[in-house]
Design a protein around this ligand. Structure first.
Ligand code: SAM
Length: 272
């Protein structure tokens, strides 16, 4: 498609991508950024819409098999204690985290994941959870300081507004917002940034984005992780491949890096 036609087609593309439940509440920068590239590559609007939806599936939709019922989650949350260590609240968090594939895979190791990776730097004063998914629901398992501040962002408006309600219920300081990391990086200065299982997704949008994040995010520490099995459950040498990839990414840096291994996930704590 000609460059001159693209801006005219972009509104139509966005409107068509948002039809139905799957991508209705995705950050507009992301839909339009992918859409612009696809309009340039494809023969017509229909093909560009299809390719945009397919890319959105790869970076987000694949992890959420069905659009969550946030109204039901909020109604149930409001019946629960506000104490984050209460067994009822923790059970609820685990149920909600089941809905996003990334947090579901982490549930069996949740008890150890944050305790082990953050042991040397706890208590954490402030967190920036990048491409957070439903991971802020793991807050009761994180070694946070009493007055810690928690920032989190992801591409789904419904999800970030639900997480804001969750923070309000817990009286957790912080802010949760819709973002497209391929269009701009958060500027918050924090003790710890989380970049959990997000690098492979973000690379599908922009190969250079993970490095920009690692270099430019204003954090003393960054906890990076990778899945070691695909969404279908096969491992296909992923542990070795991702470790090699990550080590290559940081090879020119003099950062201190500590490595952790868990069933299903491999993590690296970067000290800048
Ligand atoms: C593999 S999941 C990881 C979720 C979470 N960090 C965790 O480990 O539980 C990848 C996440 O990246 C988000 N994402 C994809 N593209 C993004 C972008 N351009 N900006 C911000 N978040 C993005 C998706 O919506 C999804 O929640």
């Amino acid at each position: 498609m000609e460059t001159a036609d693209i801006e005219g087609q972009l509104d139509k593309l966005e409107e068509q991508v948002r039809r139905g439940d799957r991508y209705r509440d995705v950050q507009d920068d992301l839909i339009r950024g992918i859409g612009r590239r696809e309009l340039l590559k494809r023969r017509n609007l229909r093909e560009a819409v299809k390719a945009t939806r397919s890319k959105l599936h790869q970076v987000g939709g694949a992890y959420l098999p069905a659009p969550p019922d946030y109204a039901d989650w909020v109604a149930r949350l409001e019946q629960l204690p506000t104490d984050r260590q209460s067994p009822e609240l923790k059970k609820y968090c685990q149920e909600v985290m089941q809905v996003h594939a990334s947090t579901r895979e982490r549930l069996p190791i949740l008890k150890y994941f944050y305790a082990e990776t953050l042991e040397g730097i706890a208590p954490i004063q402030s967190v920036l959870d990048l491409a957070c998914g439903l991971n802020p629901l793991a807050l009761p398992w994180m070694p946070l300081a009493d007055n810690a501040v928690y920032y989190a962002c992801d591409i789904y408006a419904g999800m970030v507004s639900f997480i804001s309600r969750f923070f309000a219920h817990l009286r957790q300081n912080g802010r949760v917002w819709g973002c497209d990391l391929s269009h701009g990086l958060p500027v918050e200065k924090v003790h710890l940034a989380l970049l959990l299982k997000a690098i492979p997704c973000l690379e599908q949008l922009d190969k250079g984005l993970p490095m920009r994040l690692l270099e430019d995010i204003q954090a003393q520490y960054i906890l990076v992780s990778f899945p070691v099995a695909s969404l279908g459950g096969r491992s296909k040498g992923m542990r070795v491949n991702y470790e090699t990839h990550f080590m290559r990414l940081v090879s020119s840096k003099s950062w201190h890096i500590e490595r952790f291994e868990f069933a299903g996930e491999m993590a690296f704590l970067i000290s800048k």
